[in-house]
Structures are given as structure tokens and as C-alpha cells.
Design a protein around this ligand. Sequence first.
Ligand SMILES: *Cc1c(COP(=O)(O)O)cnc(C)c1O
Length: 440
Amino acid sequence: MKSVEPLRHTTREERERYLEEAGYNLFLIAARNILIDLLTDSGTSAMSTEQWAAIMRGDESYAGSESFFRMKRVVDELTGFRHMVPAHQGRAAERILFTVMCRPGNVVPSNTHFDTTRANIEYRGARAVDLPVPEAADTQARRPFKGNMDVAALERLIATDGAANIPLIMLTVTDNSGGGQPVSLANIADVSRVARRHGIPLYLDACRFAENAWLIKEREAGYEDWSPKQIAQKMFSYADGCTFSAKKDAFANIGGFLCTNDDRLAAQETDLLILTEGFPTYGGLAGRDLDAIAVGLEEVLDPDYLRYRIVSTAYLGRHIADRGVPIVEPPGGHAIYIDAGRMLPHIPKQQFPAQALAVELYRHAGIRSVEIGSVMFGDQAQHELLRLAIPRRVYTQSHIDYVVEAILEVNQARERLRGLEIVEEPPFLRHFSARFRPVG
Ligand SMILES: *Cc1c(COP(=O)(O)O)cnc(C)c1O
């Protein structure tokens, strides 16, 4: 390490006060009051020396910036798509995609939609449908590809709703809301075959394409000797386009893009981009951000990095699961998910067990995590999960050992935990700003 940031300790009394002030919503707690921040792996990666060097090369020209062409070259080679539209982050790419492709009443299936993806589809008046494989329902099943889409359910949906009413099919790799589980190449091929047969475009929500590629290398027969890049290229080859948040597998602090093979759509997307994001060669980003993304997209495919990444995620998972804390098995790419519904059976889902666990982990040890359950997804929630997302290249094993200890201590005292109720919430994406109070 050649650059460090201090960690700030707080007392339990202070944390109790911060919780009250934040309405028991960890999104509303100031970062300076967090010791270990596992809220998200998004935009929180440590950048490399090469990325910082690239930032100094950033070309801030309004039109035709060199930085854009450097990023475009990397994206073209990796994905093979005809068009790449930069955007300030993943959800901006989603908003443009769904504005152009969706009409009110349409249906958009996915293995599992991410929260912003679902919200952007619903905001267009369309319906977002999750079609995970049945084995994803059992958090304890140790199966290799629990992120797969249920292809038979997709066929049934197309038969019921009609292909004309389905503007696109999405596959989230890895499946973030479904426990960070990978999607196999065989499944991507199957979904692609069904999509082509019905003339429906297939898009990848490709935020964690490199982690997905590594898990294919480790778990899917026939790909042991392929490089992560070859596997990623094969994944993209089945799709007609993608959305991407560079805040995940490009190690950037901000950024994203949208790709498509459709010339007509690309023209419409570019028009919309100019309206809200900026000129098509910067898309709401500084030139230096485009350069950081270009370098990050190559670094993330380094086998040594990916091996370290997946092993260190599994380290956290195994150390708590093997001592009795139920996690989504097997550990996936970017995060460990505790099955709070199973850990806290005395708290009904109407009282948000995973939110209660997030609050207790902060109160006990200053660790920030995030609920992925009924607070985030309402009645659509399949499970009550607590996500511990691991920022890339940021924490050491001793930081993670501290997290392990804290979780095991909270688990010892789990019967004392109480649920929460909502006192205030916005009309959509309520988890970001809702306020709670402890029950009874
Ligand atoms: C983070 C994420 C997004 C949205 O990207 P942002 O850059 O946060 O807007 C979309 N899909 C998935 C699977 C994600 O993890």
C-alpha cells in the first residue's frame, strides 16, 4: 500500500445516537461514523497506480476526446457490440435503455432484476418479472449456478404474455439481488436461443461480468483452461447489448455504459443521452473517468486478481457459515449474504429481520451492511438477506477477521434482537430514505 486512509472508532453510545438520528437507516449515517463499510462494492474500489496515471492523461475535450476512444477500444474488444454509449453510472444507462425500448404494459423478464433496474422498468409503466431457477429459493443448497434463469418459466411467460409484449430479456451477471450467484455459459446460451427464436433481444446487466467469468472458469466443465477474458467475450457474444456500471468490475469511482448491436436504437439512445447526460463522447463523465474505466476493464480480468477476489469473499463466508451463521451458499463474487430470515426466525418479515440485523451489527461493531429483503423489494422479496459487500482491493484479512468476530458475537445474542417498523417512506426505492423505529 502506498496510500492509506484512517479508520475512525466510535463508542456504542455514539452509535446508538447516530442510529436514532438516522431513523435506523444505515444509508442515512455519515461515513465518518462507520468503521468498516460493507454497504456496497459500488464505486468503493481502490484504484491502481495505472488507473491514477491514466487519470492524469484524461482528455477533457467536449467532443471527440481521446479518453473516449481509449475506453471505446477496450469495450469493443471485450464485448464485440457495435455501439457503446457512456453514461454517468449504471442506472443512467438503464433509464435510457428502458425509455427507448419499453412501453407501458410491457413485460421485462430477468433472472433477478437489480433494484434500480426494476424501478426504471416500473417507472416506464412496464412490469419487471424475476425468473430465477427453483434451486435459488433454497439459500442453503450448494449448487454452482444459482444465478441461472429458469428457461422453462421464460417459455411460459412468452407464451402467456406474447413475444410482442416483451421488448427485451435481461440476465444479471452475477445475480446481485439473488445472492451474488453466477450464471453459467450454458444458461446464457439457452436463454439466448429462446430469445432469438421469438425475436426478442437479450441484454446482459453486466456489472460483475469478470467475477461471473471467473466463477464459470472454476465451476463449469470445459472452461478450466480458458482465460477470464475469453470467457467474458463468450458471455457477451450471446447478447444483443448490455448495461454496465463501471463502479463494480471496472474499479472506477463513477461511470457506466450502454451497448447495443441495433443501429436504430443506438441513434435514439444517443439523442436521449445528449438531453440528460451529455455529448456522446463523454456521457456525463469527465475524460479522466473514461480513462480510469478503460484501464480498470483490463485489470479486472487479471487471473491473479480474480483468484484473490473470489478466495477472499469465500474466506468471510466460510468463517461465519462454518460456525453456524446461515449464508447464501455457496459464496459468490462480491458479497456474502446472511439469510436473516433463517437466523432470526422470531422476527416476522413484516418487521424486517435483515434490517434489524444490519442495525445490530452497526450498533455492536460499527460495521455497515445493507438489507436486501422486504425493505428493498416489498412483497417481491424472495428472502430476507443482509448483504456484506466487499469493496475491491480495500480491506485486509485482519479487517475481515474483525467482521467475522463481530458477526459471531451478534449471532450468539440473536434471540435478543427485535424487529423494526417503518414510520416514513418515499414512493419508490424506499430503502434509501425510509425511517424506522424499533417495535415494542
Ligand atoms: C449497481 C448495479 C446497477 C446500477 O448501477 P449504478 O452504477 O449503481 O447506477 C445495476 N445492476 C446491478 C446488478 C448492479 O449491481
